[in-house]
Design a binder for this molecule. Sequence first.
Ligand SMILES: [Zn+2]
Length: 216
Amino acid sequence: MNKVFKYIIASVFPEHCPYCGQPVTVGTPACADCEKHFPETIRECYAKGGYPCAAPFSYDGVFAEAIKNYKFHGRKDYTEKLSEQIARAVSCSFINVRFDYVTCVPMHKNQLKSRGYNQSQLLAKGVAKALNIPYSSLITKDKENEPQHSLTSNQKRDNVKGVYKTINIDRIKGNNILVIDDIITTGYTLGECCKILQKAGAKKICCATLCAKIIR
Ligand SMILES: [Zn+2]
């Protein structure tokens, strides 16, 4: 893209740094200050049940701010930049896995109504696009439960039991699935999603999130 065209696009659709909100050059992942905080290595951990999870960032500093703004302040325009970072972590950590589908941790319809969007689904679709893998909804949440962050560790474990269901089973059976969420903390939510995908016959199941905040 030539310079004039880039300038026109930037003036009509200005891009902002997802981590601090400053205007940034079109097509850059972050502002120069925030990019300095990008860790060199990928955070690798496990969701409950031993499913591997990769994340580009820890849940602290500017990265925690990015999640809050993205989730609670309607900054859907950050999707592409944030998804590209998750995609980078996936490419580094799961180098030998060829994924058939990208999916996300679903929201209950009432929660979706109040927030207006499922941030995990937006990120999953962004990751799918960045990695050129099809996105598919493979899990639904038909039972409403308490928000995980308001509970103790044991309550969190019980809170997610039986709330998810698999759909589009023909796309799960025998396939490698990548499950996306915005953050991994105890790993119960992602672990429960992986468990039901495995029950439905998935071959390999991996997870990726924007931030990892591991609490055991
Ligand atoms: Zn910034």
